[in-house]
Design a protein. Structure first.
Length: 192
């Protein structure tokens, strides 16, 4: 195993997982488990629970990459983290502990639809999100769209908006997300 490759690209991971390559699977486990463990241990989980969630995540990933129409629309790590996060949320919901969940992935747009289980609620939630985004106004509306939809880097956003550096752009994005959350929950509460 001393010749084992240490790092794989997203395409190499997917190709290796499709064919059942043991080296790729081992590298996959080592590379992505720490982020899952960190999220779960930050949200009232332990190492054993993190391993269980990660095993389930691997099974889902393996099933999905082997589908003929599988297409990755984000970074592979983001895809894996989203599956693990959703599985952990389901575990917390099952045990009545969703109020304990902390968001520790600052670069990810919060998934405001996780708490809804049926399609009607999901549709209503998406409607609230759309209304909330419209309420944001500029520059937040464009900044969030540039980061999450157009996949611009913080450096590109800083240049586009005239911020002095990527850290200032990141701070502005954070403030915009906080406003978005506030608008979202205000809109949602008015409907209830």
């Amino acid at each position: 195993m001393s010749n084992a490759k240490i790092s794989y690209s997203d395409k190499e991971f997917i190709a290796g997982l499709k064919t059942g390559d043991a080296e790729v699977l081992g590298a996959f486990y080592k590379k992505h488990f720490p982020a899952v463990l960190k999220h779960i241990s930050s949200n009232r989980g332990d190492l054993h629970e993190a391993k269980d969630v990660y095993q389930d995540t691997i099974i889902i990933v393996l099933e999905n990459v082997k589908k003929e129409n599988f297409e990755l629309t984000c970074a592979f790590q983001t895809y894996i983290y989203a599956i693990a996060k959703r599985l952990w949320l389901k575990h917390l919901q099952k045990n009545g502990k969703t109020f304990l969940l902390k968001e520790n992935a600052e670069e990810k747009l919060p998934d405001l639809t996780d708490e809804f289980s049926n399609n009607d609620a999901h549709e209503l939630n998406l409607n609230h999100l759309a209304i909330s985004i419209k309420q944001l106004g500029e520059p937040c509306q464009t900044l969030i769209s540039d980061f999450y939809v157009n996949k611009l880097s913080m450096e590109e956003i800083a240049e586009k908006f005239g911020y002095t550096n990527a850290d200032n752009a990141k701070n502005q994005k954070y403030k915009c997300l906080q406003r978005l959350k506030k608008y979202f929950f205000n809109t949602k509460n008015k409907e209830e």
